[in-house]
Design a protein around this ligand. Sequence first.
Ligand code: ASP
Ligand code: MG
Length: 415
Amino acid sequence: MALIVQKYGGTSVGSVDRIKNVAKRVKAWTDAGHQVVVAVSAMSGETNRLLGLAKDITSAPSERELDMVVSTGEQVTIGLLSMALHEIGQDAMSLTGWQAGMKTDTVHAKARIEAIEADRINTALSNGKVVIVAGFQGINEQGDITTLGRGGSDTTAVALAAALKADECQIYTDVDGVYTTDPRVEPKARKMDLITFEEMLEMASQGAKVLQIRSVEFASKYSVPLRVLSSLEDIRSFDEPGGTLICSEELFEEKNMEQPLISGIAFNRDEAKITINGVPDKPGIAYTILGQVADSNIEVDMIIQNTGHDDTTDFTFTVHRNDYQKTMDIVKPLAESMGAREISGDESIVKVSLVGVGMRSHAGIASQMFSALADESINIQMISTSEIKVSVVIAEKYLELAVRTLHKSFNLESE
Ligand code: ASP
Ligand code: MG
């Protein structure tokens, strides 16, 4: 007997019929001898509808009251799912975040879970009940309702799995797993059976469409095996449920003798680049420029500074496209006052990254990447590397070509 935490997203509980299907699936797991705790989202579209109602009243709602309103969507689904289970003869009990002991900090709209006091869940489980917990919500030390940020039910599920020491956390969604890259860009993208936490975090720009990245950080911290799978497909087996298993490197190695060199290709269309040419090459320059950017809460992604010549140097960095104008407005006067020769920017760049823990023990990945891009005459504007990732910045118009070329070059199509 295993203890499984399952999470069903908004689409999976998007109608009464779908809720009934979820109930059947949950019951199948308990009939197979497992204990099940379920975390659910609001029915699809509901959270947006609630946010819309608040917006119709005020453009600046009290954060406490907004959490009061948006947390109600999940309360509806837990009750309905519990009833649906009763209807098919499965004992079940719904719990709101606070009833389930989900303690958070006091930051409304993006609260962090601090502890789960799981006595009530444990008692219900030992009485043979399926426990259904409202995702996305918790309670702070003042006793006020908090929410965990959009997509937060994933984090609820992982936190429950960690606190209950569950064998696995299953995230049911409308896709059947995590892919080697976005199938809309490369139709030959392949579903991965396994990926490590670390890789999944690096694939964030792709993975974020599938699950809340914070939940992956949480799962990694507490080593909770996390499985993404489709709620639209039949259960294939209780021992090998399919989908994509996101797990620690140790478990990965146990399950998969041969590690692929490259697991996937991530890309990010939301980048913009700023270049300052001919700044004086002296201590404090990077701090002067980037310190101010950071102070304005703008996140800088890649940074490159060239070797100086003639007592000057060139400096390039990337930010989110939404922050481009704001960053320019900060940096331009700074560059001028430092006597920089020129400042320029480009809002039509993208970042493409190869991700894989296999590259730790293997040389030549970067050069294979550069050669594949060169063969297609794709110009590389910036390069950065980490232990398990190589990223390049290229012109946006080459994104699709670059992703497909790399997908083929690293043989990601075949098992
Ligand atoms: N209902 C919340 C949202 O739409 C939380 C979730 O679905 O995970 O963001
Ligand atoms: Mg979601």
